[in-house]
Design a protein around this ligand. Structure first.
Ligand code: PMP
Length: 393
């Protein structure tokens, strides 16, 4: 049997139409398939490879850690250098109230932990989320998701969750003294890159503070440099009570976290003791990779070029078939007339060696989120292929 046959026969499928590219290596912005064909990864493996594939600093940190130890103990008991060094490095980038990091393995898991934290800290059970939000596929995270079609066949889900419109100030009045948390993506990803202005975020912060509701920002997709700031909330001059990260955080390794003040996080230690536990949370190899990723973004100046690269995409991607381009840094959505048009363009672009995608809740917008390391020349090559793909459909 070929790998393709085994993939279809023995690996659980998530759709009827997987991309089925068979990559065997990846470096920087490039991936190579089993036939030696090279592709530009214009989506960073869906928001993961912000520092590019196999960044040398990340690889070196992984190798060093592998030579020392792998798993030695469940999360939270032993003092493991990669975990504590990562926690220190993360909190150094954040306002002083965000000083306690809970390390987990994925985005969904980080959201689950953050939801439990808010319920336990506030003693409330209701949670507010946004329409067209995506927070993960586990039951709790799915309950937050703002898309009925994703949820309808998996009920019963968590009770007490309501949805308001992202970016609409009037809706914030639905957050009340009974709301434990408002969980919201700082930039909505799967809705097809939607962002709100500073006045909205100021109103969000005010409403959460006056009702004693924890503001939980999901920066799983928009954090770790994606928008040109290390954390997307920095654009809006507010700060969350809980910050959630994953995806790009590991530089290609699985890891996630939620971060709050020590006072809030401490509720997990009692009543009951071990209120939230994880076997593999903050795996030492992932934690070492994550610290190297963070250092790469900050020390290699990767944030500086983001805005200029964003502008270059806007300048180059001009075509009558493009209806709109929405972006926040290198998190971009290029909208076409329909799914059918977009799907043909995506397929043709792959033939031309450029991998893009659409969004869960917006299937007529092309996802563009390349590694932040992409050069201006590489952007020109990628955009030429996209324009050629558009012309050909
Ligand atoms: N939140 C957001 C904003 C995401 O984009 C994702 C993943 N697409 C998740 C949560 C879930 O992360 P994971 O797939 O690692 O569980």
């Amino acid at each position: 049997m070929t790998n393709r046959q085994i993939f279809l026969s023995h690996l659980a499928q998530t759709s009827d139409a997987p991309l089925m590219l068979e990559m065997v290596s990846a470096d920087g912005i490039y991936m190579s398939d089993v036939n030696g064909k090279k592709y530009i990864d214009l989506i960073s493996g869906i928001g993961v490879s912000n520092v590019g594939h196999r960044h040398p600093r990340v690889i070196s940190a992984i190798k060093k850690q592998v030579d020392k130890h792998l798993h030695v103990m469940v999360y939270g008991e032993f003092v493991q250098s990669p975990q504590v060094q990562l926690a220190k490095a993360l909190t150094n980038t954040l306002p002083k109230d965000l000083d306690s990091v809970y390390l987990v393995n994925s985005g969904s898991e980080a959201i689950e932990g953050a939801m439990k934290l808010a319920k336990r800290y506030t003693g409330r059970s209701n949670i507010m989320a946004c329409k067209e939000s995506y927070h993960g596929s586990s039951h709790g995270a799915l309950s937050l998701t703002g898309s009925e079609s994703f949820k309808q066949n998996y009920r019963p889900l968590l009770p007490g969750i309501a949805h308001i419109e992202f970016g609409k100030i009037e809706d914030l009045n639905l957050i009340s003294e009974e709301t434990a948390a408002f969980i919201v993506e700082t930039v909505q990803g799967e809705a097809g890159v939607r962002h709100a202005d500073e006045s909205y975020w100021k109103a969000v912060r005010k409403r959460c503070s006056e009702t004693g509701t924890l503001l939980i920002l999901d920066e799983i997709q928009c954090g770790f440099g994606r928008t040109g700031k290390l954390w997307a909330f920095e654009h809006y001059h507010i700060q969350p009570d809980v910050l959630v990260s994953a995806k790009g955080m590991g530089g290609g390794m699985p890891i996630g976290c939620f971060i709050s003040s020590k006072e809030v996080m401490n509720v997990f230690t009692h009543n009951p003791v071990l209120g939230h536990i994880s076997t593999f949370g903050g795996h030492p190899v992932s934690a070492a990779a994550s610290k190297a990723t963070l250092e790469t973004i900050l020390e290699d100046g990767l944030l500086k070029g983001v805005e200029q690269k964003e502008q270059l995409f806007h300048q180059l991607l001009k075509h009558a078939k493009i209806k709109e381009i929405r972006s926040k840094g290198l998190m971009m959505a290029v909208e076409f007339e329909s799914y059918e048009v977009l799907k043909s363009i995506i397929d043709r672009a792959i033939e031309l060696g450029v991998v893009t995608d659409w969004f869960l809740f917006n299937d007529k917008s092309m996802r563009i989120a390349p590694p932040l390391t992409i050069t201006e020349d590489e952007i020109k090559v990628a955009c030429e292929s996209i324009l050629q793909a558009i012309e050909s459909v």
